[in-house]
Design a protein around this ligand. Structure first.
Ligand code: APR
Length: 248
């Protein structure tokens, strides 16, 4: 067994409050491309052109055509992978309190995790920009774009667009949990987007152990992470939780 897997399992065994921060990388093994790096969505679509709230309000039909329709087609068939399932196991073992996820795919909840902060909102629901009426994304008819509410208002996903605030209750709770945890697992994020990428810094600054899992190093790796496990989330998390189960 890799020494980092053993160390991570030992640290989890001794930890009290454990929090995870996850990014698009944990869902790659579910068939959802990441945003950055090889095969990243932003390698072909400019997020400032198509994922910014001002651009959406200017031309919602174009954003639905170029970005949102494709997201629905990618997310609809996606199912939790071993990475999501391992975090749900960790919660069931009483060794993971909360997941702060940047993802909007709902796969942590689908895997059985019960305390998930959707830092960037979620794609499961659409909201009318005029009257606020909500409908599940799965029920939205995409034959005409942009889809509209019966009041005539344009529907938008309940995700946080660039140019929008993080929902304040999610931001405040995430900051508080990051400041009070003993251990933070940082899984599958490039740590390039704020304020999510500040959570590991807050955790570290308050004395927590930071364990980073990623096939690539990030700007956290040398400066914030105490343990860096190079690899895919599914394989690494399965190995860590299997070893922890042996230790408990
Ligand atoms: N397991 C773990 N990590 C992986 C895997 C894998 N199988 N495959 C790729 N990764 C890593 C990549 O190395 C990269 O560091 O996942 C990370 C994905 O980075 P991004 O695509 O930037 O995703 P994320 O960090 O979640 O982006 C943050 O940016 O555009 C916004 O709203 C969007 O929530 C997103 C935010």
């Amino acid at each position: 067994m890799e020494p980092e897997i053993e160390t991570a399992a030992q640290k989890l065994r001794g930890a009290g409050a454990v929090v995870a921060l996850t990014g698009a990388g944990i869902s790659v093994e579910s068939g959802i491309p990441p945003f950055r790096g090889k095969g990243g969505l932003w390698e072909t679509i400019d997020p400032m052109e198509f994922a910014h709230i001002d651009r959406f309000l200017e031309d919602p039909g174009k954003v639905w055509e170029v970005l949102i329709k494709g997201m629905k087609e990618t997310l609809d068939p996606a199912r939790p992978n071993a990475g999501h399932l391992s975090l749900a196991r960790l919660e069931a073992m009483g060794k993971l309190q909360t997941i702060i996820t940047q993802n909007v795919d709902g796969l942590h909840q689908a895997a059985g995790s019960t305390d998930v902060i959707e830092f960037h909102g979620n794609f499961a629901w659409q909201r009318c920009t005029k009257c606020g009426w909500r409908v599940e994304t799965a029920r939205v008819d995409l034959s005409v774009l942009p889809p509209r509410c019966s009041c005539g208002g344009v529907l938008r996903p309940e995700c946080v667009f660039y140019g929008e605030m993080i929902p304040s209750h999610h931001l405040v709770r995430s900051q508080s949990l990051s400041a009070s945890c003993d251990l933070m697992m940082v899984i599958g994020t490039s740590a390039e987007v704020q304020p999510a990428a500040t959570m590991p810094v807050i955790a570290k600054h308050n004395g927590a152990t930071v364990i980073e899992i990623n096939p690539e190093s990030t700007q956290l790796t040398l400066h914030v992470s105490d343990i860096f496990i190079r690899g895919g989330a599914g394989e690494v998390l399965s190995a860590v939780v299997d070893r922890l189960e042996e230790l408990l």
